[in-house]
Design a protein around this ligand. Structure first.
Ligand SMILES: [Zn+2]
Length: 706
């Protein structure tokens, strides 16, 4: 997904680079105790969380978290005007947020990974209770009075302290604390109402079910392996697929040769949760709009983007529109190429590519024109080798040393724990868990969970971070090892990048540490690292046929994969842009006076930017991101553009994707700093020049050189 052409290196440089390529090897074993003792020498603390293992323990944690939180707020609220200072107001709030985060992070991980369903449910309730409580903490007038008393001392702050001070005040303003009491109470009430409606919307998305019955003939083209799976063949000539399971939906859209089947499946998905969620979403969008107006913003999109890199909705809309226009010629050409395939299939020279066709013909194009079968790459990616190879690369470029240590407590038997130290100084930097294989009740995507964030503790020691990757790679079989797809290799490089972001932090305050950077930047470093999975030299450092390790990935296959990816990139990207622009339009154009325009407006934008929607459908009702991102979906493209730009630093370095100088610059200017200084400054320091959109345009096939 993130490949870009790499300038050819001169031979000598290539040879030098090759001789020093990291070799994947098993990670040595170390001692957790020694690692912790060593941390003390650096005035640092390394601790592991104590996980709650029963519903009662979860309840105790909730009570304690809220009680301790209230006590911390009481201490601030009781300060007399003459007693206030930075430490007992602004930093005390960060300390409280940190403690709260510890509980929330741990409970979120438990909710997604515990092997005990009751504990998972208890964690879900617990998180809800804590977040309900935490909305109210913004409105503690005694605390705000203490903060204002500190503001009145006109403190002269610099650097990270100043940023913490400014942003704490900004939070209060954004919560409505600057408003007269009656208006502020109204905002608090509306925010609580909004949170409840948002939860309902998301629950409706999760609960939506739509079984679809097909005959074998209707499913022509869909792989037999898939159709023969348990639960799918439900009768002699009856197959039941679920429109709400993405995997089922994609199997049909990518492979079913019958147009009516693809259309039926898509229409079903675009009507999931429609009856309940359209009225709910109207209320949500109107409430968001209302709150933003009360706080003095022109729109919710302006409110939401104020704290992100993009700063306002106009810049986000303009960015997306420019990309949309820039992609037009390539998009038209791609659609025409797909249309020609459909003409051949149907005999109809006037046929069109519909929204239910593009995935199928993009796939056909891959198979017929580019002869790409991504599945054949799996044999080159046995899980252990990929992990060792990736570890070798990350250790090299970021100057690190990993050791396997014994986890004192494991939430699942095959859990692994690793320590991370600085390769040069031996300084302990943090710990990460790996929970890599699927099981019942576990989180079903791939993600990095921060557990303990980095922070300078009140006693002057630095708390080093702990995080976990939670993934679902194919489990090993009795006759063969876990074999990853190329996509999964890309994913593990991406997710492990987030772990690096968490662990390598040196920010003083938890608000700025690790991945707590603006939402439209946080994916960029990891999106950049996806490039590594498309680089022949990187892959050759570890990928080899598990049956005959002398066999490396044939260069032609990788080249074909890249060409095939680029061949439908405009179509894929226009779809992303349609989501981003729809999200921004709803959060700028829908108000209490025109809430019933919500569905037609969302359909119109999807149809204009991507392909026309199925008649009388409601894609937006099942689009959960409209809640979580809230005027932030544009960030996907925004961060992608930065990622491509950042990748050039490595690509232009002597050792390319193995370059330690570039890696150390990334570690020092991006990962260590986190959000403790303006992210624009960090990016430019890493790039060594102003940002450029060119590398991104080139990557998606519309750059100047194309
Ligand atoms: Zn990510």
């Amino acid at each position: 997904m993130r490949w870009q052409f790499i300038p050819v290196l001169i031979m000598a440089a290539t040879l030098t680079a090759c001789s020093s390529l990291p070799k994947p090897k098993p990670i040595p074993t170390g001692s957790l105790e020694k690692f912790q003792e060593h941390a003390a020498k650096f005035n640092e603390v390394v601790t592991l969380p104590t996980f709650e293992t029963t519903p009662d323990a979860v309840k105790v944690t909730v009570e304690k978290t809220i009680k301790d939180g209230n006590a911390a707020l009481d201490r601030i609220g009781q300060l007399k005007p003459g007693e206030v200072n930075f430490v007992n107001t602004i930093r005390a709030l960060d300390d409280m947020g940190y403690e709260l985060g510890l509980a929330e992070n741990r409970l979120s991980l438990i909710e997604q990974t515990s092997t005990n369903a009751e504990v998972r449910d208890a964690a879900t309730d617990a998180i809800k209770k804590i977040s309900d409580w935490s909305v109210g903490t913004d409105y503690r007038e005694d605390v705000y009075a203490a903060v204002k008393a500190y503001v009145a001392t006109q403190p002269q702050l610099v650097g990270e302290d100043k940023k913490l001070y400014d942003e704490t005040l900004r939070d209060y303003r954004r919560a409505g604390l600057d408003l007269p009491k009656d208006q502020r109470d109204e905002v608090e009430k509306l925010r609580k109402e909004l949170t409840a409606l948002e939860t309902d919307f998301e629950n409706n998305v999760t609960k939506a079910r739509q079984p679809m019955k097909f005959t074998k003939a209707e499913l022509a083209g869909v792989p037999e392996d898939f159709l023969s799976q348990k639960g799918i063949k439900t009768g002699d000539d009856e197959y039941t697929l679920m429109a709400n399971i993405t995997f089922h939906y994609i199997m049909v859209e990518d492979n079913a040769s019958r147009e009516d089947t693809r259309k039926k499946m898509l229409a079903a998905q675009c009507n999931l949760a429609r009856d309940v969620n359209i009225p709910l979403l109207q209320k949500i969008i109107v409430l968001r709009d209302d709150i933003a107006h009360r706080l003095g913003y022109a729109s919710y999109a302006d409110y939401a983007t104020e704290v992100r890199m993009v700063k306002n909705s106009a810049t986000a809309i303009d960015f997306e529109n420019k990309l949309k226009d820039g992609l037009q010629p390539k998009y038209d050409a791609e659609l025409e190429e797909m249309r020609q395939l459909k003409v051949k299939d149907t005999g109809d020279v006037n046929t069109k590519i519909n929204v239910w066709d593009w995935r199928y013909y993009a796939n056909q194009l891959k198979k017929t024109k580019y002869n790409v079968d991504a599945e054949q790459l799996r044999v080159y990616f046995p899980y252990e080798r990929v992990l060792e190879g990736m570890f070798a690369i990350y250790q090299r470029i970021f100057g690190l040393k990993f050791e396997r240590v014994e986890a004192p407590y494991k939430w699942v038997g095959d859990l692994q724990l690793y320590s991370v130290s600085d390769a040069k100084t031996g300084e302990p930097l943090g710990l990460f868990y790996l929970d890599m294989f699927p099981r019942d009740g576990k989180y079903n995507h791939f993600a990095q969970f921060g557990i303990i964030e980095g922070k300078l503790l009140p006693d002057g020691r630095y708390q080093r971070p702990v995080c976990s990757l939670v993934c679902n790679f194919p489990p090993p079989q009795p006759d063969k090892p876990s074999l990853m797809s190329h996509d999964e290799v890309e994913t593990v490089f991406h997710e492990f990048g987030h772990a690096m972001h968490t662990i390598l932090t040196r920010a003083k305050y938890s608000r700025f540490s690790g991945t707590s950077v603006p939402q439209d930047f946080v994916e960029a470093p990891s999106q950049m690292l996806e490039n590594w999975a498309w680089d022949k030299k990187v892959l050759d450092s570890f990928a080899a046929d598990y049956r005959d390790p002398k066999k490396k990935i044939p260069a032609e296959i990788l080249a074909q994969l890249k060409t095939a990816r680029l061949a439908t990139e405009a179509t894929r990207y226009r779809r992303q842009l349609s989501f981003g622009l729809m999200d921004l339009a709803l959060h700028t154009q829908i108000h209490s006076t025109n809430a019933d325009e919500l569905l037609p407006l969302s359909n119109k934008i999807l149809s204009d930017v991507s392909l026309p929607v199925v008649e009388d459908s409601a894609f937006i009702a099942y689009f959960g991101h409209i809640i979580g991102y809230g005027a932030g979906y544009y960030g996907y493209a925004w961060a992608d553009a930065i990622a491509a730009d950042m990748a050039t630093v490595f690509e232009n370095s002597p050792d390319g994707y193995f370059d330690r100088t570039a890696g150390m610059r990334m570690r020092n200017e991006i990962y260590s700093v986190g959000d403790s200084r303006d992210i624009n400054v960090s990016i430019e320091k890493f790039l060594g020049r102003p940002r450029s959109i060119e590398p991104f345009l080139k990557r998606i096939g519309i750059g100047k050189s194309q």
